[in-house]
Design a protein around this ligand. Structure first.
Ligand code: PSV
Ligand code: MN
Ligand code: MN
Length: 390
């Protein structure tokens, strides 16, 4: 069998796009402590500037996700222009219906219709933001759920959720989409209203083709086979996006690929296998992380590079050899094909790819040398908190 050529892999990597989250650049922390860092952005524009640095040094992070209301501005059209002048674009709009006192018992599933209306109104406002920025995706994550058995009617909450989603879905333009993210637990501990991919999938199916599932890699029970979920959703045409991060225990939001690079490879192998890497598949690759103890821009650069490395390895899988081994039932040989790709050191190939694209082969070192970190520390006094540990 012919192994996959480095040139073929490089050509496919050239089209990769990984979106970074605006909230990764601001101060964040845990419920115990937010550690303020010097030089963090004071405005949305400064978050965009930082995201632009990640793209400038990696070449594969051309957009930044917003979180509303954390990133509220007067004029989103102007903000989109600002991003363009910084060399990137505005990406997914994330809705925040979890920080007001009103949402103590939920947002769109709250037993109080007034609060449900308020939450839906915010989601509709977020679609207005899509209109103004030209972004395609509205990402919905609900902290809604219950802490105690009997606290609320679990089934009625599903009805309220379905009603709210349908209202927002109807408002979407032809080229806009809704991404429904799930999370096993936290902040609610007894039931979450969208706890898993199955719940998200069922709602998306009922809504229609513009609704798809977002897989946040940190939102599963330990030991969950995330690549199976990815394979299933891709097969069903319902995988909309990833929120990448890594975790040891819960929603740790650590740098993707730091805790379990092999899992990241397995996920990306299923993405490639299922056609999800093709731009036409419409799968958005985003990071959802916060950097509580490490510096933020380097944290994002490292994460983007980790996704790029795992993707390169997934693209290196010798699919013909794999299919042959699978057909003949050769379990060891099939596993060998995957492990060969995983164990390949792709860093020299990526360094070469960057050099070919006029980038420094070592993005992190180039960023450190650039003086940007020192400049923002000197210029930005009193950086803001981007929201709590995302
Ligand atoms: C919730 O844990 C989450 O993963 C959602 O994607 C939110 O939008 C993000 O983190 C920030 O809180
Ligand atoms: Mn997320
Ligand atoms: Mn999360």
């Amino acid at each position: 069998m012919e192994p996959v050529s480095a040139d073929a892999v490089k050509a496919r990597l050239a089209t990769q796009a990984i979106e970074t989250p605006s909230w990764a650049y601001g101060n964040s922390g845990t419920r115990f402590k937010v550690f303020a860092q010097q030089g963090v952005p004071r405005t949305v524009e400064e978050k965009i500037d930082d995201a632009a640095q990640v793209h400038a040094f990696t070449g594969v992070a051309p957009s930044v996700a917003l979180h509303i209301p954390w990133d509220t501005v007067e004029d989103y059209g102007k903000l989109a222009d600002y991003a363009a002048s910084a060399g990137i674009r505005l990406g997914t709009v994330n809705s925040n219906v979890f920080q007001d006192d009103d949402y103590r018992l939920g947002s769109v599933t709250n037993p109080d219709p007034r609060i449900r209306r308020k939450a839906v109104a915010h989601l509709l406002d977020c679609v207005d933001v899509l209109d103004a920025t030209g972004s395609r995706d509205l990402k919905l994550w609900f902290s809604d759920g219950t802490n105690y058995p009997g606290q609320d009617d679990i089934r009625a909450r599903q009805d309220r959720l379905a009603e709210a989603l349908a209202t927002v879905y109807t408002r979407l333009g032809d080229d806009q989409r809704m991404l429904l993210e799930y999370k096993l637990f936290e902040p609610a501990f007894y039931t979450m209203d969208v706890p898993d991919w199955g719940t998200s999938y069922a709602h998306c199916l009922e809504l229609g083709p513009k609704a798809r599932v977002c897989v946040d890699t940190g939102h599963h029970a330990p030991g969950t086979n995330i690549e199976f979920i990815v394979a299933f959703l891709l097969r069903a045409g319902k995988l909309g996006a990833f929120d990448f991060n890594s975790r040891f225990y819960a929603d740790d939001d650590l740098m993707v690929g730091a805790a379990d690079p092999f899992q990241l490879f397995r996920i990306l192998h299923e993405v490639v296998r299922g056609g999800g890497y093709e731009p036409s598949a419409g799968v958005a690759f985003m990071l959802d992380q916060c950097h509580n103890i490490e510096p933020k821009i380097p944290g994002q650069i490292r994460s983007v590079c980790n996704v790029q490395e795992a993707t390169a390895k997934a693209l290196l899988v010798d699919t013909a050899a794999l299919a042959g081994a699978q057909r003949s039932g050769d379990v060891i040989a099939a596993n060998d094909v995957l492990m060969d790709a995983y164990h390949t050191d792709v860093r020299p190939m990526l360094a070469e790819l960057r050099a070919e694209r006029g980038l420094d082969p070592d993005p992190l070192a180039a960023y450190r040398r650039s003086g940007y970190a020192e400049r923002i520390v000197a210029e930005r006094i009193g950086g803001s908190q981007a929201g709590w540990g995302a």
